[in-house]
Design a protein around this ligand. Sequence first.
Ligand code: NAD
Length: 280
Amino acid sequence: MAIALITGGGSGIGAATGTLMARNGDTVILADINSDAADSVAAQIVASGGKAESAALDVRDAQAFNALVDRVVADHGRIDLVFNNAGIGVGGPIEDLTLEHWQRVVDINIMGVVNGIRAVYPHMIRQGDGHIVNTASLAGLVPSPLLAPYAMTKHAVVGLSLSLRPEAAVHGIRVTALCPGPTETPILDSTGPADLPANEGVSARELLTKATGSIYPVDDLAADLVAGIEANRSLIVTPQRARLAWWVQRLVPSYLERHAGRLVSWAKREVEKLEHAAKP
Ligand code: NAD
């Protein structure tokens, strides 16, 4: 039975994955900047007979990440899986974003993953075994207008994972990037910095529902993820309509570009309608 560390384990995809893995008999360590949320998910797992622990972790803190991984290895003798899953959404019209918005999303969505890889890599090399699972996104494979900073970080996570995979294989380490389409989690309601008034018009939920048609249940996503890990997939692109979008992007990129253009026009009209309605 595996020992798995999951960042962002207090909510959404991380919590659903941890819950499923614990049900399968694995031991999960749920790490989150929101330690209360991680505590609560771990307590629910334990109450249903599973093995779970929680930890406070800001993935931007490389030293804290190293210390947590060292502690997991000291306590359990090994670490089999790390899910570099914690992430935030930052989007909105580029002209409204500050440098701080870009830095924030890079620090968490890219450097948080780098910190996780650096923390587990020496242990996994020593073990001659391990699996690193980095949560990217469909937005890391296709154009995602009005979510450009987010999409940039997720393209980076895809590139990092695909490049590391053959390099890590030499040490017996597997690397997977998870690329979900829009999935039912709280991130859909939090995308866009709160300090960005221009992003108040259209929520990420509205934008992504308009872009892709529907939102995928998080438990289904967790099941796809666990199956994809067992099959040692390089990329897990799910659900099926996300695979279709990725396929269209590779075969007829101009089609998705036109679709993305229509989405931007729609969002602009929605914001104008809201502004018009707000006028006295
Ligand atoms: P979520 O908001 O439910 O969960 C994200 C978790 O990450 C939260 O518990 C949050 O506290 C934690 N977190 C944020 N910053 C952190 C930090 N600095 N250190 C540690 N923890 C931190 O959202 P989710 O949808 O479950 O997101 C998980 C991952 O899935 C993210 O990387 C996200 O980009 C990705 N993703 C989500 C979707 C979707 O539609 N939900 C689609 C594609 C990819």
